[in-house]
Ligand binder design. Structure first.
Ligand code: SF4
Length: 477
């Protein structure tokens, strides 16, 4: 993952994405599959709404006592024979991990899917130190072959079609029979499995992320559907877990509460196929497992979100439901967002991590339809948080001058309700009169971005406020 975000070029990125026919074809899968499966899974669990509330409360409790739970977690990991490293920044985390790998003479490192490792540019750091980093999650493996970044937090290669993946496998797996049939997804899967098996066996270090870290036991938990995480963490002699600090939960029971909403929200499964807990290195008598166990806890800007306007964002359990239900994400995919985290959660988290100066475009990429908040398993008020970022942009004079001018005029009238009503009713009458013949405007000054692609209906009847007042009066009489 490049550490240089293209987020400031969001508009150009989005424009390119809209014209990319392969991408548009691939994005159809997000709109259909994920949404329907989630809806069916929620339907099957009557207490889902109650679970969402409990999940929100649990995460809020943890964030309010994060220091205590982290300390307890550290104690428990050490008691189980593992080592804990705290990293304030991405650079510190990369250095810690590279140093561990070097200390064990590693040449090859396998990796399970981890968004925080993308955030800190871990693969680049490992490769710069002369070691090979091999992604073992199928989607991550595919995009690594293409030197791309993930476009979705749970389905990194969702922007690709089957045909594109086949072409990549033929290009990279050139040692295999050129006449082999790869027309079915299962054939692609089998081929990747065969290639990756050798990488698993050759790896000196395995790195996984963590869905949850359990303070009570010092365990890290990963949920996957491929089993690649298990092979990544049990076969090499060293296992490194990388996780951001807010992944902590107090007890195993708490982790199971979050797992009940995670898989349903993410893929519509009642549970993911594999749920794996790891607690320290291999113990005497264990048939397998790593000899060394390290956990690298990454802050990278999160502690500065605690206690502030954006703390709610730290509840995120990375299910991807908000992007699966976002009309903007559906239209442009994840790469247009220009950094690690796309969709509504990225629109809030990215400015917090890289600064609103670079990430300010993202909170504006929303229709505020509210679907993201409605499906979020931990009830993060995403539209509200995006609104806060817009306010910050406005305060810091980062909003374009024309927009500031327009908002200034609107603000002037909004503070004077009688004048506002008069102005809107006048504007409506003028527009209604000018557009009376065609009934719509194909071009409208100050709204060319809108009328370039669709007509604007000429207003007819009364303003919204007049209609509303009339109805209220009717109801009272
Ligand atoms: S913000 Fe909510 S819906 Fe979006 S990824 Fe995070 S937990 Fe899931």
């Amino acid at each position: 993952m490049s550490l240089h975000p293209t987020t400031p070029a969001f508009k150009e990125n989005a424009h390119r994405a809209l014209g990319d026919t392969e991408l548009q074809k691939a994005l159809g899968h997000v709109q259909g599959g994920f949404i329907n499966k989630r809806a069916a899974a929620v339907e099957r669990l009557p207490e889902f709404e109650t679970l969402r509330e409990s999940a929100r409360d649990l995460k809020d409790h943890v964030l309010a006592h994060l220091d205590l739970y982290l300390e307890h977690y550290e104690t428990q990991v050490r008691a189980a024979g593992g080592q804990v490293h705290f990293a304030r920044t991405g650079e510190e985390a990369c250095k810690t991990i590279v140093d561990i790998c070097k200390a064990h003479g590693a040449k090859s490192v396998t990796k399970g899917k981890s968004m925080v490792s993308e955030e800190i540019g871990l693969n680049d750091a490992i490769e710069a130190a002369g070691m090979a980093a091999v992604e073992t999650d199928l989607g991550e493996y595919i995009i690594q072959l293409r030197h791309e970044t993930p476009s979705h937090i749970i389905a990194p290669a969702v922007h690709l079609t089957k045909e594109q993946v086949e072409a990549d496998f033929r290009r990279v797996h050139s040692h295999l029979d050129a006449a082999r049939d790869l027309s079915e997804p299962v054939q692609l899967l089998t081929e990747a499995r065969g290639v990756l098996r050798e990488k698993f066996l050759a790896a000196d270090v395995g790195i996984t992320g963590a869905n949850f870290l359990v303070a009570e036991t010092g365990s890290s938990i990963i949920v996957t559907n491929e089993g690649n995480g298990d092979l990544t963490q049990t076969l090499p002699k060293v296992h490194i877990v990388i996780a951001s600090i807010e992944k902590i939960v107090p007890t195993l029971e708490d982790a199971s509460l979050l797992m009940r909403v995670l898989a349903r929200s993410a893929t519509g499964q009642d549970m993911s196929v594999y749920t794996t807990l790891s607690t320290g290195p291999r113990r005497a008598g264990d048939p397998d497992g790593p000899e060394h166990y390290h956990i690298v806890l990454v802050d990278n800007g999160r502690s500065s979100m605690l206690g502030g306007e954006f703390e709610d964002m730290l509840r995120c359990i990375r299910c991807g439901a908000c992007m699966n239900h976002c009309p903007i994400y559906h239209a442009i995919g994840g790469h247009a967002y220009g950094w690690v985290y796309p969709g509504p959660m990225g629109a809030v988290l990215t400015p917090a991590l890289i600064g609103v100066e670079k990430g300010g475009n993202l909170p504006n990429a929303s229709t505020f339809c509210g679907r993201c908040e409605a499906v979020c398993p931990v009830k993060i008020p995403l539209p509200n948080l995006m609104r806060h970022w817009r306010e910050r942009e406005f305060e810091r004079h980062l909003t374009p001058a024309v927009q500031r001018f327009g908002l200034g005029i609107w603000g002037f009238f909004a503070r004077r309700p009688s004048l506002y009503r008069l102005a809107t009713s006048l504007a409506m009458r003028v527009l209604g009169f000018v557009g009376r013949d065609k009934g719509r405007f194909a071009k409208l000054p100050l709204a060319s971005g809108w009328t370039q692609f669709r007509d604007m209906p000429a207003p007819s009847g009364e303003t919204f406020q007049s209609e509303w007042r009339a109805r209220q009066k009717e109801r009272r009489s």
